[in-house]
Structure formats: structure tokens, C-alpha cells
Design a protein around this ligand. Structure first.
Ligand code: HEC
Length: 112
């Protein structure tokens, strides 16, 4: 009789813990989808905000932002693909936003 009671308690406990782990799994799953949602929303906003590369804006930015550390480099100095690689590098150095870098690249590639 004693053994039977112990088994009953054990079964009840394991059932309870199973139930608990299921709810925590559900909570984790919900938390995971909740953290995903804002990310997707942010992406949509970022996509909306990024405009087509702007040549005129790029030309201005090139004159203002590319002269702080060295002499200005003429668009003709490099080929399109060289400018692409250089802009990835200089974007970091100059602390440019993605849009600024795209605008400058547009100007450089269309003027070389
Ligand atoms: C914060 C300083 C800084 C700013 C701002 C900056 N550069 Fe540079 N740039 C450097 C340094 C330092 C080098 C040389 C060393 C290196 O390549 O990292 C360089 C090298 C270059 C080169 C030569 C690369 C090569 O491989 O021959 C080009 C072209 C260039 N920069 C273009 C630009 C353009 C275009 C901009 C504007 C978007 C810009 N830089 C803004 C610091 C800067």
C-alpha cells in the first residue's frame, strides 16, 4: 500500500512537471515569435526609407565627406568595381550611412 501511494505521487509529480515544461515551451515559442515580429517590421521600415541612389546628393556628399582625411579622389581614378570596393572601405572610415554611401557610389560610378 505504501509503495502504491509513492508511485501515485510520483506519477502525479511527473505529470505536473510535464505540464509545466509544456507551458514553458509554449511561452518560449511565443517569446521567439514576439522577438521576430519587430525585426520584420523594422526591415519593412528600413526598406521603405532607403531611396534610390541620388546622383546630385552623392556629388555634394563626396565633396563634403571625402576630403577630411586625404585629398579628394577623382571619380576617374578608379573603375566601377574598384569604387564599389573602396566605398565599402571608406564608408566605415567616414562613418557614412548606407544611403550616403550609395549616393556617393552612384556619383562616382557615373562620373568616371
Ligand atoms: C576618416 C578618414 C577618411 C575619410 C572620411 C575618407 N577616407 Fe578614403 N582613405 C582613408 C585612409 C586612411 C586611406 C588609406 C589607407 C586605407 O586604404 O585604409 C584612404 C584611402 C582611400 C582611397 C585609396 C584606396 C586604394 O585602395 O587605393 C580612396 C580612393 C579613398 N580613400 C576614397 C575615399 C572616398 C570616396 C571617401 C568619401 C566617401 C573617403 N575616401 C573618405 C581615410 C578616409
Amino acid at each position: 500500500m505504501k509503495n502504491f501511494t509513492i508511485i501515485l505521487i510520483a506519477v502525479a509529480l511527473s505529470g505536473a512537471s510535464l505540464g509545466l515544461s509544456q507551458t514553458s515551451y509554449a511561452a518560449e515559442k511565443q517569446a521567439a515569435t514576439e522577438t521576430k515580429k519587430p525585426k520584420a517590421a523594422d526591415k519593412a521600415v528600413a526598406k521603405k526609407k532607403s531611396k534610390k541612389p541620388n546622383f546630385a546628393r552623392g556629388a555634394k556628399l563626396w565633396a563634403n565627406r571625402c576630403t577630411g582625411c586625404h585629398n579628394i579622389r577623382a571619380p576617374k581614378d578608379l573603375t566601377d568595381s574598384e569604387w564599389k570596393a573602396t566605398m565599402m572601405h571608406m564608408r566605415i572610415r567616414a562613418g557614412l550611412s548606407g544611403q550616403d554611401a550609395r549616393d556617393i557610389l552612384e556619383f562616382l560610378q557615373r562620373s568616371n
